[in-house]
Design a protein around this ligand. Structure first.
Ligand SMILES: Nc1ncnc2c1ncn2[C@@H]1O[C@H](COP(=O)(O)OP(=O)(O)OP(=O)(O)O)[C@@H](O)[C@H]1O
Ligand SMILES: [Mg+2]
Length: 271
């Protein structure tokens, strides 16, 4: 049965909201951290065409049912890309019932930093809760995004946890997106060759390169002309005094640094 145009428009809008990070509920369900709330595949700038082609290739592989391993330097965009890909997967699998109810045809995906994944299992263990119940979440979610694999201090226990999760997902043919500062070779040494070997077979690897966009972004912002200075306000700093609701005189300064506006309140003095 074909959906009515109105219902189908609703589904399209919902997919778009998930893709663009405009659905707070979807963001929360997927476990996307607030800093990455607006990060999407579309907001990722590809400086070289080859990088853009590789990302498109990773997206196609993910939507075909394969896993994705993202490796590169700190700040090179691994988490950003992982979240963008996760959103695309989620939007793709958003469906609508005949009654107009929206649902995930495969179930919702889950984002978790590797250190938090280990912490949640350990906490359950310490609190006498079922370690099994926590682990099951990571085993059952149809798409698990493990951020920063290898960032944790490796121990026999952590190696065992990751082996358990990856091996089970390998056997079940359920997908993962993994980000890591380590390439497969170093992951083999740090973690477990059985984990690395499975990841290789489960899907595609995408390198995000050596550039730290946290630093690059700051540098680019620093080189832009100051918006305050452009308005002729000396040195990009405005100083003044205003009266607070409590009748205090508050000295303040508004300063433009590195392309960002910083408001600083000075100490208040009673009028
Ligand atoms: N190609 C890009 N286009 C736009 N923004 C980018 C790009 N690459 C990175 N960024 C931005 O730079 C910041 C760092 O990116 P991100 O957190 O994804 O890096 P990372 O590779 O996961 O780093 P780490 O290894 O430290 O976790 C984020 O704000 C992200 O949105
Ligand atoms: Mg990261």
């Amino acid at each position: 049965m074909t959906a009515s145009p109105k219902i189908s428009e609703n589904l399209e809008r919902a997919k778009e909201a998930v893709r663009l990070g405009r659905s707070p509920r979807a963001n929360a369900d997927m476990g996307i951290p607030p800093r990455y709330g607006g990060r999407t595949l579309g907001s990722f700038a590809f400086d070289v065409e080859a990088a853009s082609r590789r990302a498109a290739f990773a997206k196609e592989a993910l939507l075909r049912g394969e896993s994705v391993f993202l490796t590169g330097a700190t700040g090179s965009g691994k988490t950003h890309l992982a979240i963008g890909l996760m959103r695309e997967w989620c939007a793709e699998n958003l469906k609508e019932s005949d009654e107009g109810r929206l649902y995930h045809s495969k179930g919702p995906p889950l984002f978790v930093p590797s250190v938090e994944l280990l912490g949640s299992i350990k906490r359950a263990w310490d609190e006498g809760a079922s370690e099994h119940a926590v682990t099951e979440r990571y085993l059952r979610t149809p798409l698990l995004v493990i951020d920063d694999l290898g960032a944790e201090k490796a121990s026999d226990w952590s190696r065992q946890v990751f082996y358990l999760i990856i091996d089970r997902r390998y056997r079940d043919r359920t997908q993962v997106i993994i980000t890591s500062n380590l390439d497969m070779g170093r992951l083999t040494k740090t973690l477990d060759d059985r984990v690395a070997s499975r990841l290789c077979e489960m899907g595609v690897t995408l390198g995000t390169g050596p550039t730290d966009y946290r630093v690059e972004g700051r540098m680019a912002a620093r080189q832009r002309p100051s918006p305050l200075a452009a308005e002729g306000r000396d040195g990009g700093i405005i100083r003044g005094e205003k009266v607070s609701a409590g009748g205090e005189a508050i000295s303040y300064s508004t300063e433009e640094r590195n392309g960002e506006i910083h408001d600083r309140r000075g100490s208040g003095r009673a009028l």
